[in-house]
Design a protein around this ligand. Structure first.
Ligand code: NAG
Ligand code: NAG
Ligand code: ZN
Ligand code: ZN
Length: 440
């Protein structure tokens, strides 16, 4: 390599080193700047009002028409373009240059079929439906992120894709969003979930497997009904189903590797209606969880064998349905290692490094995993408990509550993770030019 090449390389190196320092400092100022903006009462009160409106009108998976309408109205007000409908009720917003790179941030929109038991001014107005998983808060914080990013849109070095997704609670809305092709070209995706038992201002996640893969099953065990006092003339499906359930419990305790976490739970048992009648059939149903796909498939196969085999022992027939259409199998949620580093840095800048926790994997599942099968993705938990005020109930409890003070953190995290990701992505591009110069 000639002298001039050395000199030019050194100059180039210094040039990029200098720009990197400058952009690094502007980069690390993004989270604080965004959080301060989100904490502004005008912004935080706006978020609280949106959340309460969604909370009052909970809608189940693929029925989120009013929620979707509200989202679009807010995006219109912010002057953000979007695609609709995607996956029936979904909305995909676009911010920034419209050019690559693309980074996505996602919120789920659906509520649960359960009655809210919290008595408060903004209680669910729909009997039997409730936002008990915090998806109303998720939508709100993604809109909050959109507002923050709109304020700083000139600084967005690429395109931020806002994903408002339907039907997370078993409906596989994420899969439908992917099938629509709307996330083509997206190189990273971030998602969060509110965590009622983690302190507000803290977050937690991990690199690699975070949540389990999940599947559901339903089985009809048929016998022959008759008088309860003359059992010899019947074939009792209640006893058969009981043995099936006991046998299913042996799959994890006797067949699974104790170090490979798995769950089989029968959560549904329906059959019979009288004290003195043996029913014709019994329906049971449940869920199974595992972290590895092979384990999962093995479990699925054995569940079917055990149900049909054990039912046959009691002279019953059984059919097993894995509900592939209504409740598609959720893959495990596996976080990308590089995005984990990115998250630790951004969340550390925003909250303080001591507020960014590592967590153990959980057997719960998330349809965010569908995105991670095709796009590097990162999912994390957002704390919202203020123990000095009250202890919060777990998600899916009829007494579930949201601490609305968590919204600025969630919104700023979404916005910072996406905007900083694009900054970093762009910073990596000039490196190619250095090589290019060198070759000249
Ligand atoms: C993805 O990029 C390709 C090539 O640039 C383009 O043709 C396509 O429209 C893009 N897809 C989306 C959804 O933006
Ligand atoms: C089970 O299925 C077989 C074959 O269809 C049928 O002959 C039998 O009657 C069924 N038994 C019960 C208990 O339903
Ligand atoms: Zn849920
Ligand atoms: Zn949820």
């Amino acid at each position: 390599m000639g002298f001039f090449r050395w000199v030019s390389l050194i100059i180039i190196f210094h040039f990029f080193a200098a720009t990197r320092v400058i952009s690094d400092s502007s980069l690390s100022s993004i989270p604080t700047k965004f959080l301060n903006f989100a904490k502004n009462p005008e912004v935080s009160n706006w978020m609280v009002a949106i959340r309460r409106k969604i909370h009052e009108n909970p809608e189940l998976g693929y029925e989120e028409f009013e929620t979707s309408k509200l989202i679009r109205a807010e995006l219109d007000k912010l002057g953000i373009s979007y695609k609709y409908p995607v996956a029936i009720t979904g909305v995909i917003g676009f911010m920034g240059t419209g050019q690559a790179p693309f980074v996505a941030i996602r919120a789920d929109m659906d509520a649960l079929p359960m009655q809210e038991m919290v008595e408060w001014e903004h209680k669910s107005k729909i009997p039997g439906k409730m936002h008990a998983c915090g998806h109303d808060a998720h939508v709100t914080m993604l809109l909050g992120a959109a507002k923050i990013l709109k304020e700083h849109e000139k600084e967005i070095q690429g395109t931020i894709v806002l994903v408002f997704q339907p039907a997370e609670e078993g409906g596989g809305g994420a899969k439908k969003i992917l099938d629509s092709g709307a996330l083509e070209n997206v190189s990273a995706i971030f998602g969060l979930h509110v965590a009622p038992n983690m302190p507000i201002g803290e977050v937690a996640s991990r690199s690699g497997p975070l949540l389990a893969g999940s599947g559901f099953f339903e089985a009809v065990i048929s016998g022959k009904g008759g008088h309860a006092a003359i059992p010899q003339h019947s074939i009792d499906p209640i006893l058969a189903a009981s043995n099936v359930i006991v046998s299913l419990q042996h799959l994890v305790s006797r067949e699974a590797d104790p170090l490979d976490s798995q769950v089989v739970t029968v959560a549904k048992f329906q059959g019979g209606g009288a004290f003195n009648v043996i029913p014709d059939s019994v329906t049971i149903g449940g869920t199974f969880r595992a972290f590895a796909k092979e384990t999962f498939l093995q479990l699925r196969q054995r569940i079917e064998q055990v149900i049909t085999g054990q039912a046959a022992v009691q002279r019953c027939n059984a059919t097993v349905d894995f509900l592939d259409e209504e409740k598609p199998f959720f893959p495990p949620t596996v976080n990308d290692g590089n995005l984990h580093k990115h998250f630790r840095k951004i969340a550390g800048d925003l909250l303080g490094v001591d507020k960014v926790n590592d967590m153990q994997p959980l057997m719960g599942s998330e349809d965010f995993a569908f995105y991670q099968e095709v796009i590097p993705g990162y999912f994390f938990m957002l704390g919202m408990e203020d123990a000095s005020v009250e202890r919060l109930q777990s998600v899916h409890s009829p007494y579930f509550k949201i601490n609305e003070d968590a919204f600025p953190y969630g919104a700023a995290l979404h916005a910072s993770l996406a905007a900083s990701y694009l900054h970093e992505f762009q910073q990596d591009v000039p490196v190619v030019e250095v090589n290019h110069h060198d070759e000249l």
